[in-house]
Design a protein around this ligand. Sequence first.
Ligand SMILES: C[S@@+](CC[C@H](N)C(=O)[O-])C[C@H]1O[C@@H](n2cnc3c(N)ncnc32)[C@H](O)[C@@H]1O
Length: 203
Amino acid sequence: MAKPPYSAASERNSEPIARVLQHELRDCGDVLEIGSGTGQHAVFMGGRMPSLRWQTSDLQDTHAWIRSLIETSQRQNVLPPLLLDMRAPVYRGKSFDAVYSSNTMHIMSEEAVGNMIPFVASVLKPGGRFCYYGPFKRGGQFTTESNEAFDHSLRAQDALMGLRELETIDTMAAANGLRQQRIYAMPANNLLIVWQRTPAPGK
Ligand SMILES: C[S@@+](CC[C@H](N)C(=O)[O-])C[C@H]1O[C@@H](n2cnc3c(N)ncnc32)[C@H](O)[C@@H]1O
């Protein structure tokens, strides 16, 4: 196995994300992460919130890195990755109290994002939360020049990548029973958005 990649951005944003998740996931047990990447967030959040069971997932080619980081960290509450590809997501296990993902929507295609939202709704328990961190366009505009430059650099690498419109994601979420609850402004012009699946009747 090649040396696992290290993400300087994950190192920087772990602490501010953890502060939000400690509040948003305070009543949660089982959390699914989509697109765990290097596994840095999984291990960091698992250490910060030991009562969570943090299920990692990603495309196959990242699994060896994620496994190796989990083993080194010895976090018992961070589980080895599932193969979850949002181009054709298949999952038949138990439901989750929350789903977390970061910096994935601008990497996967629009079509995969269009699969991800109903998939998230389908794996969440009623009342469960979807917490997503990353950069977005809002109202058809880039919110900063740096986000616009980032979008251009992504599209130059791969025409299917690029920043998504928050309003489009919200519309898709609402159509799948996920209501937007909160938007946190995060460092480096990112947002952390929290959607909640419609609670069960009477809750
Ligand atoms: C920029 S990395 C973000 C990793 C990590 N979440 C973070 O914030 O550091 C994007 C991640 O999305 C994953 N990804 C790309 N396409 C995907 C797909 N179709 N289904 C699931 N994950 C995907 C990549 O494998 C990668 O781990």
